[in-house]
Design a protein around this ligand. Sequence first.
Ligand code: AVI
Length: 394
Amino acid sequence: MHADATGPTSCERTDCTVRSRPAFTINEIVHAFIIAQLQSTPAAKVEMDTWYEQSQRRSPVRAAENSKRLTLISLADAKSSDGLEEAVRQGLSRESKTLPCRYFYDEVGSEIFEQICDLPEYYLTRAEHEILRDRAPEIAGWFEGPTTVVELGSGSSTKTRVLIEAFLKRHGALKYVPLDISKTMLEESAKALLGDYPALEIFAIAAEYGRGLARIREEEQSRKLIVFLGSSIGNFRREDAASFLREVRATMRPDDRLLLGIDLRKSADVLENAYDDAAGVTARFNKNILSRINTELAGDFELDEFAHQAVVNEEVGRVEMHLVSRRSQQVRLDALDLDITFDEHESIHTENSYKYSPGEIDELAASADLRRVAQWLDTKQQFSLSLFAPECSS
Ligand code: AVI
């Protein structure tokens, strides 16, 4: 369902697009049908973009034009703290305490993560950007006709811009499908992208990966490049990374491709600095999970009583983040009617960030029936970007 760049584009405001014209293109009819389906499905509520009303007041013509190129659907649970209560109850009642890293990313956490990406020690974002900047035209060159770029965990979409630009330059138009848990982030980034790229159409999905991938599998008919950047795959345990890639693989047709950014194994000191920066931004990011628990579960964690720690586990090839109790203490979570006891130096393990060798990347891909067709490294050889095809395709 790739919209023609010159013709009428798809639009979640079906009333304005469809009613005002006497004859409809196939694209419009199919799109209107999908929107009608979504609106009648309780779990999949089509969200009217809130920024539309605001920007319409500022620049009515431009806002109307931009809104025609945006569809935003929300498949996320109404509460963004989806599963938080149970995860906290279970994770903090264990002998070795843990909290899942996906709960880092509330609005504040997502903001802090953006700051991490700009840190001098956090080489990942810069290395990946260098590859994308230098190789985006070559990547776009792998695709002949109209292509849909699907981005998993799109966040602010900043690093994807060079890719979007390369596709627009090569093909004139592009459909971009960002998938992210944060609807706010999707709205903001879509607004910025549509303002900057008049030939871009956006179908944004606010959802967790599983639901989002299912929606993409159902809907997306044109050739796809699925991108998963930033080494987010590194935050999965190795076996979970393989099953996640199998899920992604299941959405791919033979001529679809997957572009995966993965951080490479490297020396412990570089990793320690990257995950325990001098300005203490990563420490704030890590501790934000405790503030979130305080706010959402009526907790009384004292943030200063926990120390941020980054531990490099070279044997398994990962950086672990911990929050270590500075003293023996008790924390109350009223919403869970739960008291948690901490010994001095007891840790909450909050994140793993796995690093891969080039051989391990290929093994991971093979376990998901994917075959590497290209790979690019940055000049310091710290980070990799790999292009995969479904196994069995040419
Ligand atoms: C999102 N993810 C790839 C980051 C990483 O490097 O594992 C999260 C992060 N944790 C600490 N700093 C950044």
